[in-house]
Write a protein that binds this ligand. Sequence first.
Ligand SMILES: Cc1cc2nc3c(=O)[nH]c(=O)nc-3n(C[C@H](O)[C@H](O)[C@H](O)COP(=O)(O)O)c2cc1C
Length: 184
Amino acid sequence: MILETIIATTNKKGQVNFAPFGIRKDKNFLFISPYIPSQTLLNLEETMQAAVNYVNDSSFFVNCILGKKNFKKEKCVKIKGFFLKGAEAHDEVVVDSIIKDRIRPTFKCKVVRRIYHKRYEGFNRADGSIIEACILASRVKILKKKKILVSLNNLKNSVVKTAGDNQIKSWNLIRKYILDEAKD
Ligand SMILES: Cc1cc2nc3c(=O)[nH]c(=O)nc-3n(C[C@H](O)[C@H](O)[C@H](O)COP(=O)(O)O)c2cc1C
């Protein structure tokens, strides 16, 4: 199973980077597989640690795609880094080993601290669709515009039926980004 998260890594200078990544889990380990190149990959290689943030609010994913990543953050306890303020929970992890690959290496990470911040308030279908739209946005340069439009149209149904104000705002932002960036 893949879980969509916001990963916070830092470089050696202590500068933080947030980015969405789908992770896999196995007991006290989790697995992060960044395609080459990415800042998250560079930071993981450089400092061998990360905070994995679990969020229910899909606007974090949208803002990462839009490059608005100056999120509020707090210092981690077991690693030199930061976790995302506003996350429902976060794990502090250290890299245990790296499975090398020329396209997409995998970082096997040991969870050294597991923290719960907020009560989980339930799943909203529009948030799911917005995260799906973020995936489309992250592939906007490689997918055909026609295919993207069909997918967006399908995703729209759950937004229309179930979104609150925040989800409508996020949906409109990610939709505009996709339509602006999509190639014919
Ligand atoms: C929900 C979601 C999940 C993603 N999962 C991955 C992933 O597992 N591996 C990956 O390389 N990119 C993934 N991406 C794309 C990265 O977030 C994207 O390439 C991002 O620009 C990397 O940022 P960075 O260069 O700051 O690390 C995902 C994007 C989204 C929206």
